[in-house]
Ligand binder design. Structure first.
Ligand SMILES: NC(=O)c1ccc[n+]([C@@H]2O[C@H](COP(=O)([O-])OP(=O)(O)OC[C@H]3O[C@@H](n4cnc5c(N)ncnc54)[C@H](O)[C@@H]3O)[C@@H](O)[C@H]2O)c1
Length: 312
């Protein structure tokens, strides 16, 4: 089996690449290193690594040559980064997906596995864990483009061109995550003994899903899903951001205080008060759902911070 991973030098991508290598896949990574390169040296020696842009069709065609599966994970993400770069965000999603679809079509690729987002639910996640059949209401350019791509993949399947799986991730965390995301940022502040800065009241909730569970779910769906499906990948566990900050203070033994500050203005439009998901559909198909308790995952992240000698 040969797989292309776009965005494979990123946080989720590098963990996925290691898993594919363990499974004996030949792996090609296409990444423009916008967020650096998280692949370790040993992995780099075992793969074909192409530094290039998913918005460039020729590059994607070259990267996808003779691949059985394409994991399309390249994206611009992070609330502030998306708000500051809406056109790049949309182009990376929409042009990137168009190029991936063209390459998969010309190449006869069997399946595209796409990293979508729980952000497609927008504010519909209020009273209960969201399921895939809940109404979507994406708000940011990022979430709207992700939803567009889910539909685009469905249309290609209807035309019998290739199969696909769209993965709606709920706040993935783990070692090697980008420093600007909430958990690495709180770890940096806790380790430095600085105030942990929570936007607003901290009552907003999220469903934090540990990276190993995400990779496991992704591989099970890549192997077992057929047709064109959409699956939540969530821990089914709702935590407030205040609870998260307190848990990180506890795990690190930090003296940091929690400080509640006004969010940057551009966040207001995007922020959702509550979000947590149901992974029942994933479980019904694969017999697996994410199950790492938050405190356990946070301890592993902290150990990796200490081992690397740098904040997360
Ligand atoms: N981490 C999460 O909580 C989360 C939640 C929902 C969805 N996702 C999705 O999962 C995927 C992986 O996210 P991640 O957390 O690993 O983020 P990440 O930023 O670490 O990885 C994304 C990678 O894409 C690369 N990239 C960006 N623009 C590119 C371009 N034009 N051409 C080629 N490469 C490009 C970046 O350099 C980076 O390595 C993304 O599609 C993201 O939208 C992640």
């Amino acid at each position: 089996m040969k797989s292309l991973v776009t965005g494979g030098a990123g946080f989720i991508g590098n963990h996925l690449v290691n898993r594919l290598l363990e499974m004996g896949h030949e792996v090609v990574v296409l990444d423009n290193f916008r967020r650096g390169n998280k692949l370790d040296k040993k992995t780099i020696r075992s793969i074909e690594l192409i530094q290039g842009d998913v918005r460039d069709r020729e590059t994607v065609l070259r990267a996808a040559h003779k691949t059985d599966w394409i994991f399309h994970f390249a994206a611009v993400l992070g609330v502030d980064i998306v708000a500051d770069n809406p056109v790049e965000t949309m182009d990376t999603e929409v042009v990137g997906m168009s190029n991936v679809a063209t390459a998969a079509t010309l190449n006869g690729t069997e399946r595209v596995i796409y990293a979508s987002t729980s952000g497609v639910y927008g504010k519909s996640a209020i009273e209960e864990a969201v399921r895939e059949d809940f109404a979507v209401s994406p708000k940011s350019s990022y979430a709207i483009a992700k939803r567009y791509n889910e539909i685009y993949l469905a249309s290609l399947f209807e035309e019998k061109i290739f199969e696909s799986v769209s993965l709606r991730f709920f706040n993935v965390y783990g070692p090697k995550q980008d420093r600007r995301m909430v958990i690495p940022r709180f770890f940096q502040q806790a380790i430095a003994g600085d105030p942990i800065t929570v936007f607003g009241s901290g009552a907003q909730t999220r469903d934090f899903t540990y990276i190993d569970d995400v990779v496991e779910a992704t591989m099970r769906l890549a192997t077992q899903a057929s047709g064109c499906g959409i699956y939540n990948i969530s821990n089914e566990d709702e935590h407030t951001i205040k609870d998260l900050a307190e848990a990180i203070v506890k795990v690190t033994g930090s003296s940091s205080k929690i400080s509640f500050i006004n969010p940057p203005e551009n966040r207001y439009d995007f922020e959702v008060e509550r979000r947590f998901g149901s992974s029942q559909k994933l479980f019904d198909l694969t017999g697996f759902k994410p199950n790492t308790p938050l405190e356990k995952g946070l301890k592993i992240v902290y150990e990796s911070c200490l081992a690397e000698g740098v904040p997360a």
